[in-house]
Design a protein around this ligand. Structure first.
Ligand SMILES: Cc1ncc(C[n+]2csc(CCOP(=O)(O)OP(=O)(O)O)c2C)c(N)n1
Length: 293
C-alpha cells in the first residue's frame, strides 16, 4: 500500500470523478463514443498521470519520460480528459471529441495528440510496441518504465499472448501491463442476462504460465493501485502484469456492470443524473441545465 497523504488521495479521487464527468459530457456532445471502458479505467489513469508517471506536460516528447500505451484504445476519451486535466492541452478541446480534423479522435493517434505515446484502437496490439519501448530503453541505458493498459476482452487477441511470451523471454522488468479486468466486453449473451462469461478466466494463472510476475488489486482503490505499481517496478527479472479488478461503467450506478453502456450516448436526463451522482453538476453544459428545467 502506498503512503499517499490523505489530502493527495482525496484530490485524486475528486479528479477521477471530474474525469468521469468529462467523459460523459464529451460523448454526449459528440453523440457517439465509448463510456463503460473509459469509466472502468478512470481511477487508474488518474493515478498514472497525476502520481506515477515521470512526464512533463510542457514537453510531451521528452525522451526520458515514462511511456504509457492505452492498448484498449476505445477508452481514449478518459485518457484525453486526464491529459487535459494534467495540462497537455486545453480542457475545452475535449468538446471536439470525435469531430473531423480534431486532435481528439475516437481512438488515440500519436501523430495528432500531445501526450499520446502510441496509436491504438485495433485491440491486442499495445503490448508489442511496449516491448519495443522497453527493449529500446534497455539498449539506450535509459531508466524510463513502459506501461500498457489493456482490456480483458482484448486479451482474446492472439497477439497479446505472442507478446506476453516475448516479454518474458527478454526478462523485461521495465515493462508493466495492467489488465482492466471488468469481466465485460462489447456484447452480452441472452442466456446470461446482462452478463457474459468473463472474457479471460483465471488471468493470473495464464500470465504466470507465460513467465510473468502477477499482482492483483482493486483498480478503483487509487492508493492500493499505486502501491501495486510500485511493487511491479520493484520486481526484477520478469515483466509484471497487474490484474486490476474493476467495474465497467464505474461511478454511475445505472451504467455499472452493464455491457449496454459499452458505447451508448446518454440522454440529457441520463447525463444530468450521472453528473449529479458524480457530484459534478457544476460541469453540466448550459444547454443541459436549460433542457432539464
Ligand atoms: C481487433 C478489434 N476487434 C474488435 C474491436 C471492436 N471492439 C472495440 S471495444 C471492444 C470490446 C473490448 O472489451 P474489453 O477489452 O474488455 O474493454 P472494456 O470492457 O474495458 O471496454 C471491441 C470488440 C476492435 N476495436 N479491435
Amino acid at each position: 500500500m502506498s503512503d499517499l497523504s490523505p489530502q493527495l488521495l482525496s484530490d485524486l479521487k475528486e479528479l477521477a470523478a471530474r474525469v468521469r464527468a468529462r467523459v460523459l459530457i464529451a460523448v454526449h456532445h459528440a453523440k457517439g463514443g465509448h463510456i463503460g471502458g473509459p469509466l472502468s479505467c478512470a481511477d487508474m489513469l488518474v493515478a498514472f498521470y497525476f502520481h506515477i508517471l515521470n512526464i512533463d506536460p510542457t514537453n510531451p516528447d521528452w525522451e526520458d519520460r515514462d511511456r504509457f500505451i492505452l492498448s484498449k484504445g476505445h477508452s481514449t476519451i478518459a485518457l484525453y480528459a486526464v491529459l487535459a486535466e494534467r495540462g497537455f492541452f486545453p480542457i475545452e478541446e475535449l468538446l471536439t471529441f470525435d469531430a473531423i480534423d480534431s486532435r481528439m479522435q475516437g481512438h488515440p493517434d500519436m501523430t495528432k495528440t500531445p501526450g499520446i505515446d502510441m496509436s491504438s484502437g485495433s485491440l491486442g496490439q499495445g503490448i508489442s510496441p511496449g516491448i519495443g519501448m522497453a527493449i529500446g530503453a534497455r539498449m539506450l541505458g535509459k531508466d524510463f518504465h513502459t506501461y500498457v493498459l489493456m482490456g480483458d476482452g482484448e486479451s482474446q487477441e492472439g497477439q497479446v499472448w505472442e507478446a506476453a511470451f516475448v516479454a518474458a523471454r527478454y526478462s523485461l522488468d521495465n515493462l508493466t501491463a495492467i489488465l482492466d479486468y471488468n469481466g465485460l466486453q462489447q456484447f452480452g449473451w441472452q442466456e446470461s442476462g446482462m452478463h457474459m462469461l468473463t472474457p479471460i478466466e483465471h488471468p493470473a494463472k495464464k500470465w504466470q504460465a507465460f513467465g510473468w510476475n502477477t499482482i492483483e488489486v482493486d483498480g478503483h482503490d487509487i492508493a492500493a493501485f499505486i502501491g501495486a505499481v510500485e511493487q511491479a517496478k520493484a520486481h526484477k527479472g520478469q515483466p509484471t502484469v497487474i490484474i486490476a479488478h474493476t467495474v465497467k461503467g464505474k461511478g454511475v450506478s445505472f451504467m455499472e456492470d452493464d455491457y449496454l453502456w459499452h458505447a451508448q450516448v446518454p440522454t440529457e436526463e441520463q447525463l444530468s443524473a450521472a453528473l449529479t451522482e458524480l457530484g459534478e453538476e457544476k460541469l453540466a453544459p448550459e444547454y443541459l441545465i436549460g433542457g432539464a428545467q
